[in-house]
Design a protein around this ligand. Sequence first.
Ligand code: FE2
Ligand code: FE2
Ligand code: FE2
Length: 348
Amino acid sequence: MSKEKKEFLMVFSGDHLPIEGKKATTKEEIVALLQDDMKGEHAAIIQYLQHSYKIGDDAGEVNSEIESIARDEMRHFRWLGELIVEYGGDPTMLRDPIFLDAPDTTDLLALDVDAEQRAIEQYRDHLAAIDEPKVRLYIRRILMDEIFHQGKFRGFIAELGGDEDKEVKPGDTGPWNKDPNPASQDLELNEKGDAVPADMQDAKRDDHPLVKLLNNRIHQEYETILIYLHQAFISQNPEQRNFLISDKAVWHMTHMGTLGEAVADMDEKPDMELDFNEKFLEKAPVEPRQFNRWAVTREQELNKITEELLAHPIFHGSDPDEDLLSDLKRINGHGKFQVEQLQLDVDK
Ligand SMILES: [Fe+2]
Ligand SMILES: [Fe+2]
Ligand SMILES: [Fe+2]
């Protein structure tokens, strides 16, 4: 029986796994564990997206498969957010540290195997600590995915001729590090293989005239996505909730992806580092109508950045990047539609 198969059976045997530590019995204690899980899912989403952009088309279908794993993590993130609200908590938009660089592609993927390992261990711990049937159901379901994901990442490494058992540890500080207030930080490996903070301001970065503008835009997209998702989770208005998740946030995710790939294509790092003190959430009012009004303004701001990008001399020279230009035009079209669509809701 394969290791994965055995692990599947363990998850579904219903037996409590070895218990270390105490049970989470109050709603607050359960919420605290779910918040911790949410930060890890958030980190996994961004780490996998970044890795997929970095790998690009160099490794066959691997990048699109990683993006599909990232979409699973988005589902987990949403489930945890909704559970937290159900148990009386506020879904966190904080993120655990992510690891962006490794000497080569298979080492990069080994960081993802490691991320899944930490997730698997954390979910097992939480399964052991929580008796609440509904929460257990969701965690078991998520755990099943994480075990599957780890197998997939190992498979990608083997496919690319790497050693799937090679351990690449990104230093001692990592996501799932039990620190209740981990400093959110993008990390990369230096030449010696040590995890060091990724320096987005490094003079070596942003040396392409477009990169700074695109990164600024990626930043805004990312912040908008998180604000929309947070509002969706806490909104008591089901119509607004669905609208924000399945429509608004999803569109901005595609924009963030398109722009992220463009930056990675220029051999630069897409800037997905926010000020994760959660203060950015305070920018938006919570009451649905006021929120929609705020969203109109936010969409207008985004449109302004798109117009600025489209006006950039680089697109008006002799050799413009036609692919990026058409992507930006598409984003521009989305942006105008989003403003008018939100406006309809405000005027209702
Ligand atoms: Fe997950
Ligand atoms: Fe996963
Ligand atoms: Fe967008």
